[in-house]
Each structure stands twice: as C-alpha cells, then as structure tokens.
Design a binder for this molecule. Sequence first.
Ligand SMILES: *Cc1c(COP(=O)(O)O)cnc(C)c1O
Length: 342
Amino acid sequence: MNITALIRPNILALKPYSSARDEYTGAEALFLDANENPFGQWNRYPDPYQKQLKQKIAALKNLDANALFLGNGSDEIIDLSYRIFCEPGKDKAICLGPTYGMYEVAAQINNVTLIQVPLDAAFDIDLPALEEYWERTDIKLMFLCSPNNPSGNILSEERISTILDRFKGIVIIDEAYIDFSGTLSRATQIGNYPKLVVVQTLSKAWGMAALRIGLAWMSPELLQYYNKVKPPYNISAANQQLALSILEQGNFEQEIKLLKTEQAWLSRELSAITQIKKVYPSSANFILLEVEDAPALYDQLSAHKIVVRNRHGIIPNTLRITVGSPGQNKQLIQTLKTIFHA
Ligand SMILES: *Cc1c(COP(=O)(O)O)cnc(C)c1O
C-alpha cells in the first residue's frame, strides 16, 4: 500500500489550522498578528515546529532535523498515529505483547481495535504468529517496542527487518530505551522504509521526563501528516528552551554508562537472592523480576517506602524495578535482604 492509501480520508482532506507563526516566517518584526500581550517574558507563542531544538537533537543523534517530529511526550505521538492512520470503529492496529500499556489506552480512546499478538517465550517476535496478518488491509499500524517494556530485551533485528519487508501498513518502532541498549537505532534507516516511524523520547536516558518531549523520525512524506494533525503549539516555549539548554550542558554519556554499570550490579545482586526466581536480562534501565508472590512483595517494599512497578497483571508474579542511583540501588538490595531474611 502506498502512503496516501494508509491515511484516513478526512486527514488527507484536512486543511490544517494556519497559525500566525505559519503565515509569517520572516525574521524579527513588529508582531501584531497573534493577539499576544506585548508585555512580559513568556508573552509570545512558541515556534510551532521547534526548529532550534530539532537541530540540536538531530546534531547530537547525527540524523537529519528535517526527518524529526516532536510530540508532547511520545504518548502524543502514539495518539496522533492512531488519529492519522486508523478510521475509528473500522481500522485496526497490532502490538506485540506483553508491552507498553499506552498503545492499548490510545487505541481505546480512538475507538480502534488493537490486536495483541503474543511475543514468544523469550519475549521476542513470533513471526509465524504474524503470518496471518501480512495481507490484511484493515490493519494500518503495527507497534514494536525495542527494548521492550516491561521485559527489557531488544527484539531480533532480523525479525524486525522481516516485518518491515512484509507488513503493508505503518511500522512504529518505539525506542524509548535505545540509548541504554548499545544497539543501533532504526532511525538511520527511515530513508529505506518510507512507512517506518521510529519513536524515541527525552524522558529516559536524557533525564527530561518532566519536559514531555517525544521524538519521531520518519520520511518527509509521513511527516507532513503529523504536522497537519498536531496541535499548532504542542511544545511550550519553556519546555523548548529548557530542553535546549539541558542538551547543551548535559553529561549524558557518563550518566548512561553509570546506569548500565548499576544495572549489571543490581542484576547480579538480585540473582543472588534465592527467593527471587528469575531476573530477566535487560537492555534498558529497568529489570523485570519473577518472584513467588509479586503483589505481596510489592506491598512489603511499599511498607519500606520503596515503590516498584507491579507487573503481575501483565506477566504473572513479576515486578519491574527501575535502576536508580548507586545509593538507591544499595538501599533496595538491603531492604530485599531484610524482607527475605537473606
Ligand atoms: C517511558 C516510555 C515512553 C516515554 O513516553 P513519554 O511520553 O515520551 O514520556 C515511551 N514508550 C515506552 C515503551 C516507554 O516505556
């Protein structure tokens, strides 16, 4: 299917809102066009296309700023994707589960059926299970999460390539944790796959969850639809400025290196506790654990004022633990030893 055939007809036909900053893009001028207040420090509307911030991110990632879309968190990008490609009550999407919960929530909000195809026993892509979906024209979107949340593993590169070759719709690869994984981003390949969207975020490795900035790398043909549908000023001026200055000063490589070392340490320490039945290998900044009774352990940790994520509802008797600072990780291990009398 070509891209136009994948876009909802109402979105194809949409004449987007043309903001004041769209209609005049020249340099400094006397701006009397947007009904802004002439006084104050934050009185002007922000750049709707976040050019400066995009250039900075693209330079850091060694990618093309013209292939970058920014959302108010990746969650906005996920929601926009349903709105652009899936006719409510008619079109469908696929995700490979267990995985990130927002794909399902955003699907429900948009009245789109999300088919959850199970991952295999190693939480990797089960290609035979996808076989029946290759020719379906009502499935417009497929979400792949690599490294996967909450299991922490990366998906097989080869199997992702098979999906990119065979699936007729849009493939969204969510790389929220890619910077911890030591693997190459698929964003380098958007030139080869015009229907590929690679989603990343400043919320995790970049330490800016509070600023709500999600990234999506894609072909220029796809990008025009995201720009058409997004709220005109979807990233506030304050958040654009803060992100830019943090990106200019940040010590990301060293932080990521430390978190990876801590992840390895935490995995070893957790594995040494006999009451923990399984410590899943992780390519992210979290670790999935299987225990005898996850809800009970969750409560015991909470009683010690340590909050982890209970994933029992998704994968039986599992908890997902975020890698913290060295001191926080030591405190967690000490507390687990106390709880287990280990
Ligand atoms: C944390 C996370 C995100 C990030 O969402 P933001 O809205 O950008 O904060 C996206 N995808 C997955 C799988 C995540 O775990």
